[in-house]
Design a binder for this molecule. Sequence first.
Ligand SMILES: Cc1cc2nc3c(=O)[nH]c(=O)nc-3n(C[C@H](O)[C@H](O)[C@H](O)COP(=O)(O)OP(=O)(O)OC[C@H]3O[C@@H](n4cnc5c(N)ncnc54)[C@H](O)[C@@H]3O)c2cc1C
Length: 441
Amino acid sequence: MEKQVGIIGAGIGGLIACKHLLEKGIKPVVFEARSEIGGVWCSQTLGSTKLQTPKNYYQFSDFPWPSSIKENFPHHTQVLNHILAFAHHFNLLSYIKLNTKVVGIDDVCVDGGPKDSAWKWNVFLQDSCHPCSTTQVYQVDFVILCIGKYSDLAYLPDFPMNEGPEIFHGKVLHSMDYAAMDHDQASELIKDKKVTVVGFQKSAVDVAAEIARTNDVDIFKICEDLSQVGIHPLKKYRMLPKHRFLRQIASCKLTILPSDFYKMARGGSIILRKSQNIGCCKNGSIVEGKELPSDVVVFATGYRSEDKLKGIFTSSEFQKFIMGSSTPFYRECVHPRIPQLAILGYSDSRSIMFTAEMRSKWLAHFLARNVKLPDTEEMEEDTIKWQKCMAYYAGESGYKRFCVSVLLQIYSNDQLCKDMGCNPWRKKWLRSELFSPYEAQ
Ligand SMILES: Cc1cc2nc3c(=O)[nH]c(=O)nc-3n(C[C@H](O)[C@H](O)[C@H](O)COP(=O)(O)OP(=O)(O)OC[C@H]3O[C@@H](n4cnc5c(N)ncnc54)[C@H](O)[C@@H]3O)c2cc1C
């Protein structure tokens, strides 16, 4: 009988997974909470958002960017159009159930016996347009979670006692809520207002630059180890990171600043500040013990991606296996203790396209052939080795982010190729294998 596979999320990860399963003859069902596909590219962009990865690194391997896109960093509307074109081209849309939010998944033993091959997932579905309607249950053999790491659940820093956002008389919001506003709403919110943006990563600098085109903005980098690019200009603002630039590159955590960012900083419409912590007061924020008046505070402080992942599981048994948003997974996508489930889009990499494609190919290969993965112990051993390896590459700088650096990524891809019985060599000769560009051949 054909395996039933449920994919949760129709962002880039979910679409890629869907395409690769179809290629192997598996017809998945994709559940998408929103009314559109494309994930963050349809829901979380500012007017000025552009791709910050050069487009050659953010490209489907079998569906290149159209020649009409000349920019190296296409605008978000171009990115979304390209994703939609990909979905149309590979006929993915008929497999996607829009407005269908997965409110939980849980294991179920279909024959009432111990967990074995008769084991399935119950997927609990809610109509996003009618949240009060009865939850539907859909049963699948395998789940691929593509719910995205940078959306939905906002992370806010811990505030000192009595200095939380509730004390502030102005407006507090998260960058994702600002991004979700349409142009008129956003203009109305910031009109003639003094705005403070907290954070110093991509969303923060983008929001600050967008607002600074019409207003004055204070932008905060809260802790010493938050990262940024453009080391020399930042020296002037006492905002140099502790880690080295190369470490940052190796950890795939590079922020491309919006155009004119430093010009706006020099001109005073963006004021850069560093602080160990931040609190709120009636009239604004408290930075290093001093009150800083503002009307609107935007927290661009990231997402609770670990909680998001945990929240999908109904049972606390599975929830407790998710430890940290960088929980090590076997082959970067399978938790050894959560069977019949894979997670895409949670491992950090330079190109989500490439990592999602390789893992989707690998999953499709196993699912189509009904091949069992190694047992839990074996996967755990491998995962621990992999984690040590990543820790080694992350170095001792205290810079925490584990990421599959380029060399590790090549090694990891070779492992996936070997698992699938493919030759990991891409070139005919050792010299070109070692020294010529790493690309499909
Ligand atoms: C503004 C912005 C700019 C970015 N720019 C870049 C860039 O330049 N380069 C780069 O490499 N990365 C970038 N990223 C990271 C980006 O998240 C990834 O590149 C990629 O788009 C993530 O795809 P995804 O499918 O994993 O997740 P998402 O795009 O987040 O898609 C997840 C989908 O799952 C759905 N979903 C979630 N939970 C449920 C549920 N319970 N039930 C049903 N559906 C659900 C969501 O509605 C969403 O459609 C950017 C992110 C943001 C927010």
